[in-house]
Write a protein that binds this ligand. Structure first.
Ligand code: DC
Length: 228
């Protein structure tokens, strides 16, 4: 181990993993704000890779070509109080990476081992003083296996679809609830059955089901674990 990486390992990490729609994004941001830590939205890196693949006409079925795109991503995360602006080649793509089309492509490229490998060090580089909250699927298992606190946050597919439904309706989009539940189930299946870094709790993760809990209740539980 190099001196740098040895020093890096002393920096605290709170890993928050789980399926989409469990509230990880909101909770991770709130936990990071409370602790004054940096925030890694690892899903955004897979979404950015997918967007860049789709926009540049690279074959989404080609893992090596997609990995090249991942390695060369020119990304800038600009956090503020409310949210993080995400720039790709200087262009704000915060909205573009959240469409259903990009979500499906992100889940596809995230299953490619060369893409995951290409994004590994970029994710570890977010581990900076005074600490990091890392949001994803494999934060506690693969990217930061030595994280100080590992949370596996989940909720029923119906509860997750309902949250997504409300978000989309707020944005003025027309949505079909049954299609949303079907999408979520398909993505869960894709994410949990892939051979590399599948979505599964680390053996030492704390399992939290947010189906019947408010954001404040989940936040309080996570913060309790960061204090102990
Ligand atoms: O959390 P999200 O919905 O923004 O993630 C987008 C996609 O990337 C989703 O299909 C899961 C995948 N992902 C992953 O495989 N590993 C991560 N650490 C984060 C996200």
């Amino acid at each position: 181990m190099t001196k740098d990486s040895a020093a890096n390992v002393a920096i605290k990490v709170v890993a928050i993993d789980g399926p989409s729609g469990a509230g990880k994004g909101t909770l991770s941001r709130l936990v990071a704000q409370r602790l004054g830590y940096h925030l890694l939205d690892s899903g955004a890196l897979y979404r950015l890779t997918a967007l860049a693949v789709l926009e540049t006409g690279v074959d989404v079925e080609d893992p090596v070509a997609a990995a090249k795109v991942a390695r060369n991503l020119n990304v800038n995360f600009q956090p503020d109080q409310e949210d993080t602006r995400i720039l790709l080649d200087g262009r704000d793509v915060s909205g573009d990476i959240r469409t259903e089309r990009v979500s499906m492509a992100a889940s596809q490229v995230a299953a490619y081992p060369p893409v995951r490998e290409a994004l590994l060090q970029r994710q570890r580089d977010f581990r900076q003083m005074p600490g990091l909250v890392a949001d994803g699927r494999d934060m506690g298992t693969t990217v930061f296996p030595d994280a100080n606190v590992k949370i596996f946050l989940t909720a029923s597919p119906e509860a997750r679809a309902e949250r997504r439904y409300r978000q989309l309706v707020e944005k003025g989009e027309t949505v079909d609830m049954a299609a949303l539940v079907a999408d979520i189930r398909q993505r869960d299946k894709q994410d949990s059955e892939r051979p590399v870094s599948p979505l599964k709790p680390a053996p030492d993760a704390i399992y939290l089901d947010s189906t019947d809990l408010s954001i404040d209740e989940v936040l309080a539980q996570i913060l309790k674990h960061t204090e102990s």
